[in-house]
Every structure is written in structure tokens, then in C-alpha cells.
Design a protein around this ligand. Structure first.
Ligand SMILES: *Cc1c(COP(=O)(O)O)cnc(C)c1O
Length: 419
């Protein structure tokens, strides 16, 4: 029996040639993406096994994961997942509307609404879908809506805004003066919404939440914040940066993920009961897809609950991030430090970035994925490290000395020498 169905031979266009062109373009620009095949081992994270392309295996330490607090292997989370799996089986068996709403989904939504001090929360299969589905649906709810979107917003927000067919204005990243000018230029009577992030995950900088809320008040706009890189990690209960700064009451819609600091999977929005009800009723990305497996919802709820009451991992993560930044700065490495937990080291060239990443992996067993266009602008290619409570002194020592050696070996700029 043939392993693959035989190729159809006919007189269609040469579709394969188009695919070759598209793929070759990426190779030529040095930004063809290769996925590193790793096996995580419960209890051992950030240590993992790398399944090499040649079939052999090697131990690696993961330094680029978004399981920021190690909750993906936390006993409380796993226990809740096992329990739900044994109790209910694998999948939910339906969309939320047609037999796919369970006590686990309801509990998780209640947990999330409480986390953000909002009346309600609405679950999606990911935060990408939550952003895309919500932002593309809002103009149906507010005819004539103008969305003001930060230039560095995540791809999921850009897609949602792009697809909704409504008016949009892009303001320069974190530039509230530009945002004000755009707001002032539009019809005061038009419904408006400002979409931004609390932490921009590639530079690791904060959004000016208070200033944006002030502008929203002045111009009568709704506020929409993506807290994907802060939920679980900031604020006394892990509700994010807006909560830490006492600004949650001024946010109309907050978006978060259950896949990063919470260590599981899924996304959500939280807001007023009416807002969530309307999105629930109108967003195709919510309506026409199977709900999360109950075990996933149970694990996420356990994670949210745990991080609400326990501050230990949050503060350990901040400590680890500060130590790593201090040590890399000490070596003069060009790191970007805006005071968040994310540690980007700028390289500024896709080929060099890939090469550094390859050498770290092959020679040192350190796994950090190169970050290139379109995730970041061309010329700002980088390595992005995500220290966590599970990266101890030994892992940190190895990383710092490997980077020091590679920077010398490749004669790369150090910040103090570059001025
Ligand atoms: C990762 C990410 C998302 C998407 O979250 P998922 O739950 O993984 O789909 C949304 N917004 C930002 C800023 C992100 O970095």
C-alpha cells in the first residue's frame, strides 16, 4: 500500500512552484522557521529532552517558554485535570450552545470574573480567538465604532480589528499624544474603543494604562486591554497590571490567557454582564466552535485559584528576572529592560539571531527560539529569555556564561562599548 495518495497529474496551474517561491523567500531572508521538537517532563521543567532531526536526543533547558510560573506542572493543576478527566472523559462534546457547557466551564468563568472584579467572563479556546472574535464583533454591537489600536498590538488584535470592517486608527506605540490627536480629530458623537496591552511581550514594556483611561474618559471611549502577559504574574491576586495599579474599574474589557502563566490553555474576556452576554450572542469565534475540554477548564480554574491566594511564585519570578537582567547588564549585553519579567537581548539581524540560537542549543543545551519578523520589526531580531521560578542558580549560571562566551566568540557588540 502506498504511504501517500498518488499525486494528481493534470493541467492545473503549477501550484507547487508558488509554494516553492513563498518558502524560498523565507529561506533567503533567514527567517524560515524551524520548530524545535521537545519533550517536557513533569516535575523537571525547565529541563526537557530535545528530539533532534537525526533521531538522537539531547537534554536541554527551556529559556523561552511562556509557562512563566511553572504552573504547567503544578500538582494542584494536574490533580484537578486528572479528576475532571476521570469524571467526565476527554472532550466537551459540543459548542457552548449545543451540549458543551459544563459545570467546569461555568466555574472557570466565575473564577475569572472574580479575578478581575468584573460581573462576568467569557471563555474562548485561546486568547488569540478571544481577541479576534471580540474585536471583530464589537462593530456589530456599536454601529459606527472607531477602534484606536496601538501600533505594536498583538497579531490577534490586529486581525480582529482588520476583519471587522469598521473604522480603525493606529496610534504610535504608547504615544498618548498621538492617540489624543486621533481621538480629537473624530466625530465626538461616534462610539469609540481604545485597544492596547498592559505588557508588550516582545520588548517587555508596559502600556500607559492610566493615561489611556484618562483619554477614554475625556473622549467617551471604551477601553480594551490585553493582559495576556501579566495575568497570574502581576497584582496582589494575579489579576494583572491594571489591577496592580488600581485601574481595573476603568477597563471595560480585559482579555487574558490561561495558557501562559496559568500553564494550561484557553483564553477569555471579562467585563460587564451585558458586554459578555452580547459578545457571547454575536461572536462567531465563540459560537461556532467546540468548547474547551472539561479537564482543561478544571486545570485552568485550579491554577487561577491557586495564584489568587499564593504570591510566592509571582515574587520568585520577579526576583529571577531581576537577577538575570542584572547579570546580563553586567556583561554589557544589549538587553532591553522596562522593568517587566521579560528579558530581550537585541541582535538586530535574522541570520545572526538564528545562528546564536543554534549554537546555544547545540553547544550548550540552552533552548531559546530566535524572534524575527513578522513577530518583531525587521532589524530588531532578538533572543527573548523568560526566567521563571523554576530556573534556579545553576541554570542561570550556565546561561550567563554561555552568552558571555558566544558574545566574545562572535565578536558581537556589548552595550557599554557600543555606547
Ligand atoms: C500569546 C498572546 C496572545 C494569544 O494567547 P493564546 O492564549 O496563546 O492564544 C494574545 N495576546 C498576546 C499579547 C499574546 O502574547
Amino acid at each position: 500500500m502506498a504511504r501517500f495518495a498518488p499525486m494528481r497529474r493534470d493541467n492545473r496551474l503549477n501550484y507547487d512552484a508558488h509554494l516553492d517561491v513563498a518558502l524560498n523567500r523565507l529561506h533567503e531572508e533567514g527567517r524560515y522557521r524551524t520548530f524545535i521538537d521537545i519533550e517536557r517532563e513533569r516535575g523537571q521543567y525547565p529541563h526537557a529532552t530535545w528530539n533532534k532531526p537525526d533521531g538522537s536526543k539531547a537534554p536541554v533547558t527551556v529559556w523561552c517558554g511562556n509557562d512563566y510560573l511553572g504552573m504547567g506542572q503544578h500538582p494542584t493543576v494536574l490533580e484537578a485535570m486528572h479528576e475532571a478527566l476521570n469524571a467526565t472523559g476527554a472532550g466537551s462534546g459540543g459548542t457552548r450552545n449545543i451540549s458543551g457547557t459544563t459545570v467546569y466551564h461555568k466555574d472557570l468563568e466565575a473564577e475569572l470574573a472574580d479575578l478581575h472584579d468584573k460581573e462576568a467572563a467569557l471563555l474562548f479556546t485561546s486568547a488569540y480567538i478571544a481577541n479576534d472574535a471580540t474585536l471583530s464583533t464589537l462593530p456589530k454591537l456599536f454601529p459606527g465604532l472607531i477602534i484606536y489600536s496601538d501600533a505594536l498590538n498583538h497579531a490577534s488584535m490586529i486581525e480582529g480589528v482588520r476583519r471587522n470592517g469598521g473604522a480603525k486608527r493606529i496610534f504610535r506605540h504608547n504615544d498618548v499624544a498621538h492617540l489624543r490627536a486621533l481621538l480629537a480629530a473624530d466625530d465626538p458623537a461616534a462610539p469609540k474603543l481604545i485597544a492596547f496591552e498592559s505588557i508588550y511581550s516582545m520588548d517587555g514594556d508596559f502600556g500607559p494604562i492610566a493615561e489611556i483611561c484618562d483619554l477614554a474618559d475625556e473622549f467617551g471611549a471604551l477601553t480594551y486591554i490585553d493582559e495576556v502577559h501579566s495575568v497570574g504574574m502581576y497584582g496582589p491576586r494575579g489579576a494583572g497590571v491594571a489591577a496592580r495599579e488600581g485601574l481595573m474599574g476603568r477597563i471595560d474589557i480585559v482579555n487574558g490567557t490561561l495558557a501562559k502563566a496559568f500553564g494550561v490553555m484557553g483564553g477569555y474576556i471579562a467585563g460587564s454582564a451585558k458586554m459578555c452576554d452580547a459578545v457571547r450572542s454575536y461572536a462567531p469565534g465563540f459560537i461556532f466552535t467546540t468548547s474547551l475540554p472539561p479537564a482543561v477548564a478544571a486545570g485552568a480554574a485550579a491554577s487561577v485559584k491557586h495564584l489568587k491566594s499564593d504570591d510566592t511564585l509571582r515574587s520568585q519570578q520577579q526576583t529571577q528576572a531581576s537577577i538575570l537582567k542584572l547579570r546580563l547588564k553586567g556583561l554589557g549585553l544589549p538587553i532591553v529592560d522596562h522593568g517587566t519579567h521579560i528579558v530581550p537581548v537585541m541582535v538586530g539581524d535574522p541570520v545572526h539571531t538564528k545562528k546564536l540560537s543554534d549554537m546555544l542549543l547545540e553547544d550548550y543545551g540552552i533552548y531559546v527560539q530566535p524572534i524575527n519578523f513578522p513577530t518583531v520589526p525587521r532589524g530588531t531580531e532578538r533572543l527573548r529569555f523568560t526566567p521563571s521560578p523554576v530556573h534556579g542558580p545553576e541554570e542561570m549560571d550556565k546561561l550567563v556564561s554561555a552568552l558571555d562566551a558566544l558574545w566574545s566568540h562572535c565578536a558581537l557588540n556589548r552595550a557599554d562599548m557600543a555606547g
